[in-house]
Design a protein around this ligand. Structure first.
Ligand code: SF4
Length: 344
């Protein structure tokens, strides 16, 4: 990774064209390179056989094509695998491969660490080190697809790993363009979910994108007082502003919105909380994912309500007309569960 040559991996089509133009490379070759890297997932320029050999040799001497490398894994019995990835630009993140009922979901990181400081999240303990580039985000997909040998399986992508995706708007938006470009990876935008802690300007901007992913909002509280305590971002963008932005996103995209709600015993799981939660979710015609908190003893001071209380909350919400599902923890033993990713 010490190679200082520019990295072709992560460049969009136009960017590739502009980078190669000074070398006298015709524009259509940029399209061929784009397809080799993202559609065919072949990253060795020597194997880009529809390019003239002298051009391939030049590319090898002038550029690198690096998605990052896997430097460690941890597995859980439920099929969840957490990958530690050395980034092409230096540093490390974690990404998670999950499989349930034959459906594969890849959970991607968008930043090394996170600046948002949510009090129930292990990643927050790292602080923010840097944003990932589009290539470093897409590289996680490349590496996990390769390691899991799932070339032909349609995957769901969730931006729920380390970092707040809308705090790295440019990198995340570019990675979504590469994932959805029919000449690139070519996956449906409906299989891609960006999860935000409530970056209101980012939600509004995302609503105006020509290719929009699905949106999940990590809500976790129904009053500003509790949300301020759990998620400092709420002091800047309080609930009213956040819910207005959600409404705008839904109206513009016409896609269903998802709220995520981490259940913390004695903090946000009273009957009054649940009634307010039901109202918010119904008002936004959204879906709700309840996430029983994944304890990290020694690091985070919260506890999870017991399983009976979680089921009771789910049943109450169903009775109140809320489409709700419980995300029973996956990958807990590999410390790959929600809120447990951190290079600590
Ligand atoms: S929950 Fe998400 S936004 Fe909050 S600190 Fe953790 S990674 Fe950042």
């Amino acid at each position: 990774m010490s190679d200082s040559k520019p990295n072709l991996y992560g460049m969009e089509r136009q960017e590739l064209g502009s980078a190669l133009e000074p070398l006298g490379v015709p524009g259509f070759h940029a399209g061929q390179i784009f397809r080799w890297m993202y559609r065919r997932r072949v990253l060795d320029p020597e194997r880009w056989t529809d390019l003239p050999k002298p051009l391939r040799e030049r590319l090898v001497s002038l550029y690198r094509v690096e998605p990052g490398t896997v430097s460690g894994t941890a597995s859980d019995d439920d099929g969840t695998i957490k990958y530690r990835i050395d980034l092409s630009g230096g540093g490390q993140v974690e990404a998670v491969f999950m499989i349930q009922d034959g459906r594969v979901t890849l959970c991607l990181s968008s930043q090394v660490g996170c600046a948002l400081g949510c009090s129930f999240c292990l990643t927050a303990k790292m602080g923010l080190m840097r944003n990932l580039t589009a290539g470093e985000i897409l590289g996680q997909v490349h590496l996990l697809v390769q390691a899991g040998e799932i070339e032909d399986a349609p995957c769901n992508i969730v931006y729920m790993g380390m970092g707040e995706p809308l705090h790295n708007y440019e990198g995340v938006a570019a990675s979504i363009r590469l994932l959805t470009d029919p000449e690139g990876v070519g996956w449906s935008r409906k299989r891609i979910t960006v999860s935000t802690a409530g970056m209101v300007p980012g939600i509004i901007r995302l609503a105006g994108e020509p290719v929009r992913p699905m949106l999940a909002v990590s809500l976790n509280a129904t009053t500003d007082a509790v949300r301020n305590q759990l998620m400092p971002v709420n002091r800047k963008y309080p609930l009213t502003a956040l819910l207005d932005a959600c409404r705008q996103f839904r109206l513009q995209s016409r896609d269903a919105l998802t709220f995520e709600y981490v259940l913390l015993a004695g903090v946000n799981n009273s009957d009054a909380d649940i009634r307010r939660l039901a109202k918010i979710v119904r008002d936004h015609r959204a879906k709700l994912n309840l996430i029983p908190f994944n304890p990290v003893p020694g690091w985070l001071a919260y506890e999870c309500p017991d399983d009976d209380r979680v089921r009771e909350i789910r049943d109450n919400l169903l009775e109140l007309g809320v489409p709700v599902s419980v995300r029973w923890s996956r990958g807990r033993n590999a410390r790959a569960a929600c809120g447990q990713l951190a290079m600590l």
